[in-house]
Ligand binder design. Sequence first.
Ligand code: OSB
Ligand code: MG
Length: 372
Amino acid sequence: MKIDRVELSLLYLPYVHPFETSFGREEGRTFIIVQVYGDGLCGYGEVVASQEPLYSYETTTTAWHVLEEFLVPLLFKQNITEPEAFYRAALKYRGHPMAKAGLELALWDLKAKALNVPLYQLYGGTKKEITPGVSCGIEDSLAALLHQVEAYVREGYKRVKIKIKPGWDVEACRLLRKHFPDLPLQVDANGAYKIEDKERLKALDEFCLLMVEQPFAPYDLWDHSRLAKEMATPLCLDESILSVNSVRKAYEMGACRIINIKVGRVGGISEARQIHDYAQAHEMPVWCGGMLESGIGRGHNLHLASLPNFLYPPDLSASKRYYAEDIIEPPVELTERGTILVPEGPGIGVNPVEKRIKRATRRHQVFRSSDY
Ligand code: OSB
Ligand code: MG
């Protein structure tokens, strides 16, 4: 195998419904698709960085810069073809996990396609079918939130997560619990609280939530460990978990009992699998988070979520929950059982539609191995 070229495309897709978190409302998503060509095959990856540095410091512009100036040259100058080799080589560059993950994912897809196997087989995935959850943004009113949750439950979603922030938390949970006494429900604060809000967060214990995700700032493991000691509901960390090393610290401090794994946030599948294995050895369940990915990133998430210690439902919904027209065909859909099947075709096992990718593309660049 020789990698002939890498292509980057910057895409914009509007959401079917605006998505609001504690850091703001977005009407659509700007993201990067990475394509890696070799042996007549093409591997696809997605960079989940957003246009603005809200969820993380990375943006589509920083990711493009890091890919163009450092990661793509690294690949060509060292003749790297294997995703594991790329992961190890790219460790020398500090940070920028989403940029690294996008290219690593494309190399995994290419490798699996060359071997003619689905990705989950390379990863050691065991589940063929996944029961997903749906992540609901902050709405203009509690009535609108209830309406949205009712629609998702009617569509077949078996677990609901709502975004919270100070002032949009206890009452929202009370209302949903009243209407759905048995629904598996969880909340995600994206770091919107401070330790001074501890009593408000403890009030959430009343609602039998599966977990409270990332109440405090990403760097604040210590305050999470203080809250965890006083709360019955398990804490889950998302933004705080950047590597297997940060999981060890969170575990040893008792900062959380559950880990949200996002392949972009941790810098790729190699790191994500180490986190999975460490958590499994320490009896900490993990689950697969989402970044409102296109069908390409979501397809990748399905394979990761098929690993055995992914014990809670992922934030991974059908294509139509996010986009009127996904860039893959067929789109991701829920079965009558409210599940999603892990694709069985080679690689990611989803079919990107080049025409739709082109239509959504705002910037495109080709990098040829012969130029390095
Ligand atoms: O914190 O999990 C999060 C989306 C963007 C940024 C952060 C988060 C999210 C989600 C979306 O919750 C989940 C999904 O992709 O369905
Ligand atoms: Mg989160």
